[in-house]
Ligand binder design. Sequence first.
Ligand code: ADP
Ligand code: ZN
Length: 733
Amino acid sequence: MTSRYAEVAILAPLPRALSYLLPQTQADSVVPGVRVKVPLGRRHAVGVVVAVKAVAAEQDLTRLKAIDAVLDDEPLLTEPLLRFVERASQYYIHPFGLTLKTALPAGLGSLQGAPKILHTRVYRCSDTPTRLRGAVQQQIFSFIQQHQPVDLAVLRDHFSNPHPVLKRLESLGVVNSLEQESSRDPFGGVSVEDDRAPELSEQQLQAVAAVVEGLNAGQFQPFLLHGITGSGKTEVYLHSIDAVVAAGRQALVLVPEIALTPQLVARFRSRFEQQGVRIGVLHSGLSAAERYDMWRAIIRDEIAIVIGARSAVFAPLRRLGMIVVDEEHDDSYKQGEGFRYHGRDMALLRGQMEQVPVVLGSATPSLTSFYRMQQGALTGLSLPCRIGDRVLPEVTLIDMREAEVEDGLSQPLIDALTLRLERGEQSLLLLNRRGFSPFLLCRDCGGSYRCPNCDITLTWHRQAATLRCHYCDFVQTPQDSCPHCGGAAMEPEGMGTERLAAELSERFPTARIARMDRDSTAAKGAQQQLVTRMEAGDVDILVGTQMIAKGHDFGAVTLVGILDADAALNFPDFRAAERSFSLLAQVAGRAGRGDLKGEVLVQTYAPDSPVLECAVSHDYLRFVELELPMRQLLLYPPYGYLVNLVVSGLDRDAVSGCAERLAEQLMTAADVEVLGPAACPLYRLRNRYRMQILLKAQSRAALRILLNQSGQWRKLFPATVTLAIDVDPADMM
Ligand code: ADP
Ligand code: ZN
């Protein structure tokens, strides 16, 4: 007779955990945190055991089914972590099981696709072939010959879908393979030098002391570390973490995905690895198997410091002592789809639940964090100067309405670039749009190519000779004539990074020009190569999207040019000003990090914009004073709380009908302002029509009461229309 049963959160959109009997065999391995296979209706599903409970006398278990099998021999999540994920799921009104699925390494949610543990296949040559058919066979064989033993993963990096060819080579008897423990280096082969900690400044010492005090008190204490780029924030993290590790605890460091450069990781490794402290990384550049591997190393307590992008907030550290959220203002902390959580806010929640200090660091704190600090909810720590008193770069606005402009470059910017080339100094140019041009325009009818799935024009990528949708990745090759009128003159209109780089090459034929954007860094290791070339001084001008604004420290850059400062400002969003200010400040911070003074030139059609004025004078506080009253007036965060409800589906009328009905229901809510329904700024995305209803309230409690009924709302909808709930939305696209 069973005296216990298990609560299982199925990794699927079910509102709550389900109860199951323990299996006949393996009953003892059913513990919280392991995955199990369970019957669900007529099928089977994977779930995570979230609790094992004793049966109460009056409980009738005869209708319960039993767990089929236990899938893990050790828990994947600790019990405190399970409780944290549950709280996160409640906060974002997202099903517990789906939240767990997001928290866990990818691939663990299905019965088929779980990543393999540790082992990979390694290839060697066994014979010299008399004759190989086809170039691919020959190439792969030579590659193995030169690099053997070769990991399958390495072959996958160099050849697309090498597996069939490898099988063929094996059957020809010229290659053999072996299952072997993975020898992959999660750090991508970057080696590190020993690094000595500098003597801290008075302000850095104070900041470290405050954090360490929080650590020793064993209390949740949130800090906001405000210091411009180069003021020594990372050094404060490193020293605080030193104390965490010395106390036998572990540290979690969150960074924006884009800032997770080998440079930052190398800095941590060079500081800690010589002391035998192991560092782990978690980010989207790892394969599913590598993530799974890292996850297990963490839960086995083999790792002392985890550095990762937003999802690392769920890393299963057992002795967490501190959390750092670097560049806390960065939007990449917010997940835009599915489980729409914010990594920074979840770090604060986790710190609260585990009673550890949380340090939010930024040169341009989010207005919300800054306001909370003013209100006393966060403790402010500030680093007001750059290390070595390096001066801030001089920022100049160029009025594009009056400037002489050639190929998108104003004369002053051209002169400044020329001067840098003469002096052998490096320049960065920010243009936050990838591709060659945002569209091909017909000279006759003004028509252009549009994405068939989204409400957007297709971007022209000249090198790849394709038109692409930057939202859904739709790709097509252009025809010879206009798709609307048959006219023969389709011409690129507007400028993206690819075009800018091409035009610079024509203008400065001897200059070495490189480009950093999502296209040029798509291949594994490409980003690192670019960084290495920059550091070695092999690049004169680096053109890039906002990728160049973050996380890099190039000593020899003395000029930063911002080509389209207005683009971010004109975004239809309440956070447009905040976003522009921080982007400008971040990219300006890239100039003059070495011994040379830096200069920043900003091209704009709105030189009178107060946001730009604040950026020019490096005046964050003035920006805050300008922006906060506007937020207050409109009851936007941090003064009010928002929830965005996005209704979407393939049928336009069904979507608007549902949105109308939902809005009507919501009207009766107390103390909540209901705005809409209105079409989303991106009305059609991946073939789905999208309407939104924005809920605004002065207190979270009022929104909570309303959201508690959200289970009912979905019942208003037919199966073809979906409702996404975005709590604390970061944008309204
Ligand atoms: P941030 O993270 O604010 O951009 P960093 O911590 O990276 O600043 O510091 C900028 C540079 O100054 C780094 O090269 C770092 O090694 C150096 N640095 C930081 N603190 C000190 C210090 N107290 N003395 C000397 N150099 C320092
Ligand atoms: Zn599209």
